[in-house]
Design a protein around this ligand. Structure first.
Ligand code: NA7
Length: 544
């Protein structure tokens, strides 16, 4: 830890991050009189929606569902203007929540937490920031999101490039003007697929560098109607309850038939109907799309045929049609005119699946042996997901053990909430919980409630320390992998598997057993006296 400290203080809890997790945590802690400091590296609230402000950024969970449920007045008064919300509106919502509950006064913006060490004698965390402050806290909570460490590939010549570079996950706050420019987009995940149609309209010429084609479904986004809004708001509490115990934390019409149990004609008509409705409900066309390769093949081929139909140039259409992994096993994308964009005169696709981009030059880059000149290059190259942000902080638990060291073969958590040897440290939507395989806001609320209730429990029982047992953690880690292995997810080189990061252990990080199933497991664990957790009572010294 640093010895150049400017200030020190002591609170009950330190929260890292003022996104949807940090805001709700602070709100709940405050109501319980838990003194709290929140540190946020961004200049304002909103987390992922603060950083990912690239053109076209949008949520692909429906607006009526991607919002907090903890306050009935809040959910009644806020009005969404589209079926799928654009980033600026979600950010405005986060700001509204911060103002409505007067949260900003306990948040330090533009401050990064650099280290957090558990002091076994004091039973407290010593948390350090890049502003030179040390805060002592009983509880340390990483509310840092799952996809918050942007990843730019290590390309030779990067520093010598004279044009502008951007990463979608760290987009400037002011409007970027690409008018008249030759631009490149590298990466065709959700971010690239959302940004490309918008950037193509502005730039003189756009070249897309694609390493792996992605399955993308049309969003069919529409303005919110009063009728649809009311169909939710009139019965919001009941709908939210249903969401909490659903498969993904959102209400979608799921077909409970296996794909091959119906005729070819019926199968195609189910796919066509869902393709027409738009959004991720396509993956719910049949109940075995993510567990049976044969079922998956039928859905994947349907989407490939849509791509071939939309894209006029057959060679480009074929390059855009994914063939090397099952549909849904890399994060499914939802777009507004993505494939259609390749019919524009000013858009080209460069396939780099055979060989990586060779290098950057002062005015562009070299790929497939050819030089391309660009005024701006947009990296839509993703994130060091699930663990990257946790490892950016020097977190040390008992015996000075680093979290990064303990997890060097993959994340080890109990329920994705805590890790053994890191007492009183919680993660909101950590690895081993449904997290990115769910409607994040619902999973965030569940974790925040779990953490808050645990602290209340500790106070009531006179406990000072909470920590999972080694056995409970080992069993949970195995259960997470066994559950994933029953699905097709491990067959793709996805960021869920850590496969996008060179050297990262390859294993499925979220819990895929279902949001409702997971919630019930958590409830049972609490019901059985926090089974799998151990508590330490307050020492005489600490009780004084
Ligand atoms: P993703 O989904 O990780 O996509 C990143 C894209 O960038 C993907 O197509 C990658 O290809 C590509 N990529 C990554 N590194 C390189 C290099 N070195 N060269 C060429 N191409 C590369 O990130 P997004 O930001 O789109 O989405 C992240 C999540 O945010 C999303 O899933 C939503 O949950 C919200 P690859 O497929 O790895 O071959």
């Amino acid at each position: 830890m640093s010895d150049q400290l400017k200030a020190s203080s002591s609170v009950d809890a330190v929260i890292v991050g003022a996104g949807f997790s940090g805001l709700y945590l602070l709100h709940r802690f405050r109501k319980l009189g838990i003194s709290t400091r929140v540190f946020e590296r961004g200049g304002d609230v909103g987390g992922t929606w603060y950083w990912n402000r690239y053109p076209g950024a949008r949520c692909d969970v429906e607006s009526m569902q991607y919002s907090y449920s903890f306050d009935e007045d809040l959910q009644q008064e806020w009005q969404w203007s589209e079926k799928f919300s654009p980033q600026p509106q979600i950010l405005a919502y986060a700001n509204h929540v911060a103002d409505r509950f007067d949260l900003r006064k306990d948040i330090d913006f533009d401050v990064e937490v650099t280290a957090a060490h558990f002091d076994e004698g004091a039973r407290r965390w010593a948390v350090e920031t890049d502003s030179g402050e040390r805060v002592s806290a009983q509880f340390f909570i990483m509310a840092t999101g799952c996809i918050s460490t942007a990843q730019i590939p290590d390309l030779d010549g990067f520093d010598g490039y004279k044009g502008r570079t951007f990463h979608t996950g760290n987009w400037p706050h002011e409007k970027v003007d690409f008018t008249g420019e030759r631009i490149a987009v590298i990466g065709t995940g959700s971010s690239g697929i959302q940004a490309i149609p918008v950037l193509a309209q502005e730039a003189a010429h756009l070249t897309v560098f694609q390493r792996t084609p992605n399955y993308s479904l049309p969003s069919r986004n529409v303005p919110m109607t009063e009728e649809y809004e009311h169909s939710w708001k009139d019965v919001y509490p009941a709908k939210r309850d249903e969401m909490r115990y659903s498969g993904h934390g959102s209400l979608k019409d799921l077909n409970d038939k296996p794909a091959l149990s119906v005729s070819e004609e019926e199968r195609q008509s189910v796919f066509a109907e869902r393709w027409k409705v738009g959004g991720t409900i396509f993956l719910g066309s049949f109940n075995d799309i993510l567990t049976s390769q044969e079922a998956n093949d039928t859905a994947a081929e349907f989407v490939r045929n849509q791509i071939r139909r939309i894209v006029k140039d057959p060679v480009t259409g074929e390059l855009l049609a994914p063939k090397t992994y099952p549909i849904g096993t890399k994060r499914i994308c939802v777009d507004s005119g993505y494939f259609e964009t390749y019919n524009r005169e000013n858009v080209d696709l460069v396939d780099i699946s055979g060989a990586p981009i060779e290098r950057m030059t002062p005015d562009g880059l070299v790929a497939n042996g050819q030089h391309y000149a660009f005024d701006s290059i947009v990296f839509a190259t993703g994130f060091d997901a699930m663990t990257g942000t946790l490892f950016n902080v020097d977190i040390r638990g008992r015996r000075d053990q680093a979290l990064k060291e303990k997890w060097n073969a993959g994340p080890r958590t109990y329920l994705g909430l805590m890790s053994e040897a890191f007492p009183n440290m919680f993660m909101i939507t950590g690895p081993g919980s449904p997290s990115v395989k769910s409607n994040m806001v619902m999973s965030i609320e569940q974790h925040v409630d779990f953490v808050t209730d645990s602290i209340v429990h500790m106070r009531e029982q006179g406990y000072d320390v909470m920590e999972p047992t080694v056995n409970a953690e080992d069993e949970w880690v195995d259960h997470v992998q066994e559950t994933a292995n029953k699905t097709l997810f491990p067959r793709a080189n996805s960021w869920y598997m850590g496969a996008n990061m060179p050297g990262k252990p390859r294993l499925f990080m979220p819990y895929i057993g279902g949001v409702g199933v997971y919630r019930k497991i958590c409830e049972e664990i609490v019901g059985e006296g926090y089974k799998g957790f151990r508590f330490e009572a307050k020492t005489a010294a600490a009780a004084e």
